[in-house]
Design a protein around this ligand. Structure first.
Ligand SMILES: C[S@@+](CC[C@H](N)C(=O)[O-])C[C@H]1O[C@@H](n2cnc3c(N)ncnc32)[C@H](O)[C@@H]1O
Length: 632
């Protein structure tokens, strides 16, 4: 019998993918699909570090991080329509679940698709909960977690100093998540991570390793509060940090400039210009050729160089620039208040230099005052909910600042926050789109961490932090709709989100991790002969699992059509057709093939053990040039 191929229901196989990358770079070191390490060593020659002592960062459990990264997820994301807003049309997502499993599940569909990640993970202060990953049983750990007790009935607890391995536990939680998150970034993508003094050094080190030291962008200091008195050692730690790394050197930050001002003057009609300082931060010792006295040829007035901050030009380039009218002296124009000669840049040249970056300037690590402090974040959520619903949310403007610098030009970028908390990042995305008419989309991931029963949130009816995040997005959407019904962009704004929940797969997936090849073959054989769909699963649950496992984004448009009397889902303008009917017919197979999609997926049980129909189906698809016909 000719069998259709099976859809792989596991998440992306990271180890295999890394091997493929290596194979592309060094095909010569592979023999029969295995890596010949001796040959790899020879190929790399002197770059191999053979010494006993080497520069690296390590901690107990680091090697298990790689096992965790490599163990595939066998879970799924189940849609929750009733919690969503505009489910069918929105491209924004809120995913409730442990972010490690979710990041694994997103690998196939969102690999290289995200422009900007902002995260605000637990800082490891001794009071926060650190998720207990388990590479063999991570999904069942999660399902136990949602019941809030582990297999022995113990409560999941916070990471405290007294337990030992305090930093290691936090690093073991962060490393695999950052590793998987990097895969999701586009080449021009970047990540921002909020952190305080507790783990800032460790975080910088693991990011150096994961993203590459050369891709370090900056450490932004953020003033979170005004100084406290009565603190240990008498020093109030009033700053936190935002560490930022690029995926590759293709990223370039910029922000719309409000300060760039062009002048017009009668002596240079039609050539507006701006001025720029002509000193640098270099000393006379560093730049001897720029240490000279400038003389204004019009009146002989002298301007000696400052020995600690010499001119930006040399004597020769000064002469050239003067001839080209690129130097402005004090007194040349009444409207300019300058005490030293300055450089002049023309608007037409600015524009020609880069059409895209015209009107934009680079960004300082010094954050603008309006980013706000913790008290502003608390105020924003308290106003939205009418009570203090969440402790220490970030101010919306802070996150907006980072989104803006990453997406000023790229206004339909995809933005991810996988420690979403109260969903401040989603709030910032919605606000910024409202302000500049952008079409940025967000993906929020948040654990259903239980709210303390004594908290304001619990009293207000929120059982988990994920519930708070979702409700915040609903309230922000309602507020934007109310305030902006006249706005220019109102109709174009994506004011919705699709809600999903991490759960076990709708299919019985054989977890072949750690079992013998004979056993694996036997289980695969068994798999062919039993109904392996969870009877409680809805068609929509199955549909979204197929999308995810086939590498399609969860936000794409899906149309339900009828072909030969059966329901068929048409995905991405008909490039993939999915039929989840339990009784397939030759007619529906033919009708799907006639549409010539790139890919067709049907339920295996739809063939109801009719091997003849299955064989025919493969042949019908082949005859229409459809090679990618699979069953689940
Ligand atoms: C510091 S808070 C983020 C606050 C957020 N920036 C805001 O402004 O509301 C960190 C959040 O990460 C969540 N978290 C911790 N471990 C997680 C995990 N394994 N998966 C998903 N979320 C997690 C916690 O529940 C917490 O709400």
């Amino acid at each position: 019998m000719i069998e259709p191929k099976k859809l792989d229901l596991h998440s992306l196989d990271i180890a295999r993918q890394q091997k493929e990358k290596l194979k592309q770079l060094f095909p010569e070191v592979f023999t029969e699909d295995r890596i010949d390490f001796d040959r790899l060593k020879q190929t790399l020659g002197e770059s191999i570090d053979t010494g006993k002592e080497r520069y690296s960062m390590t901690w107990p459990g680091k090697s298990d991080c790689f096992k965790l990264i490599q163990s595939p997820s066998i879970g799924t994301l189940k849609p929750a329509r009733d919690e969503s807003v505009n489910f069918d049309s929105t491209e924004n997502l809120f995913i409730e679940g442990d972010n490690l499993e979710v990041l694994k599940l997103l690998q196939k569909s969102y690999y290289g698709k995200i422009k900007m990640i902002y995260i605000d993970p637990p800082y490891n202060t001794g009071n926060d909960f650190i998720y207990p990953d388990d590479f063999k049983e991570n999904l069942s750990t999660y399902l136990q977690y949602t019941g809030q007790v582990d297999a022995e009935g113990r409560k999941f607890s916070t990471n405290t100093d007294t337990e030992g391995r305090f930093h290691s536990k936090w690093l073991n939680m962060m490393y695999p998540r950052l590793f998987l998150a990097k895969n999701l970034l586009r080449d021009e993508g970047l990540i921002f991570i909020s952190i305080d003094d507790n783990e800032v050094c460790n975080l910088r080190k693991i990011c150096d390793e994961i993203f590459g030291e050369e891709n370090f962008i900056a450490l932004f200091p953020w003033r979170k509060r005004t100084a406290k008195s009565d603190v240990p050692y008498g020093v109030s730690q009033d700053y936190e940090w935002i560490i930022s790394f690029a995926k590759t050197e293709s990223f370039n930050a910029n922000i719309k400039s409000n300060t760039r001002k062009y002048y017009e003057s009668p002596d240079l009609p039609n050539r507006p210009w701006r001025i720029h300082e002509m000193t640098t931060h270099r000393t006379a010792f560093e730049r001897p050729n720029s240490n000279f006295t400038i003389i204004d040829p019009k009146n002989g007035k002298e301007y000696p160089a400052n020995k600690n901050a010499v001119w930006r030009v040399t004597k020769e380039s000064f002469k050239k620039f003067y001839k080209e009218k690129r130097i402005v002296f004090p007194g040349d124009y009444d409207f300019l208040n300058i005490s030293k000669p300055v450089l002049r840049y023309f608007k037409d040249e600015d524009k020609a230099k880069s059409e895209n970056s015209f009107g934009y300037t680079s960004v300082s690590t010094n954050l603008p005052k309006n980013v706000g402090m913790t008290q502003d974040g608390t105020k924003e959520t308290s106003i939205l909910f009418g009570s203090k619903i969440f402790y220490f949310p970030k101010p919306v403007n802070l996150i907006k600042h980072f989104i803006q610098m990453s997406t000023t030009i790229d206004k339909d970028a995809l933005i991810l926050d996988f420690f979403a908390g109260s969903a401040t990042t989603a709030h910032a995305v919605l606000d910024l789109n409202k302000e500049d008419g952008g079409n940025r989309k967000f993906i929020m991931v948040q654990l259903p961490e239980k709210c303390d029963e004594k908290s304001e949130a619990y009293k207000a009816g929120f059982k988990t932090i994920a519930d708070i995040g979702k409700e915040r997005i609903r309230r922000v959407i309602a507020k934007i709709k109310k305030e902006n019904n006249q706005s220019l962009f109102q109709n174009q704004l994506d004011l919705g989100f699709k809600s999903f929940k991490l759960d076990s797969s709708n299919f019985k997936i054989w977890n072949t991790e750690g079992i013998s090849p004979e056993q694996e073959a036997l289980e695969k054989q068994l798999e062919l002969h039993i109904n392996h769909i969870n009877p409680d699963s809805s068609q929509e649950d199955i549909l979204f699992e197929i999308l995810l496992k086939a590498g399609y984004q969860l936000s794409g448009e899906i149309k339900k059509i009828e072909l030969a009397g059966k329901n068929v889902y048409s995905v991405k303008e008909g490039t993939m057709l999915i039929c989840l009917e339990n009784e397939l017919t030759k007619e529906v197979i033919k009708a799907m093939a006639d549409r010539k999609p790139g890919r067709v997926i049907c339920l295996d049980q739809g063939f109801a053990n009719n091997d003849q129909l299955k064989t025919n189906a493969v042949q019908i698809m082949k005859s229409k040039g459809i090679d990618d016909f699979r069953t689940v």
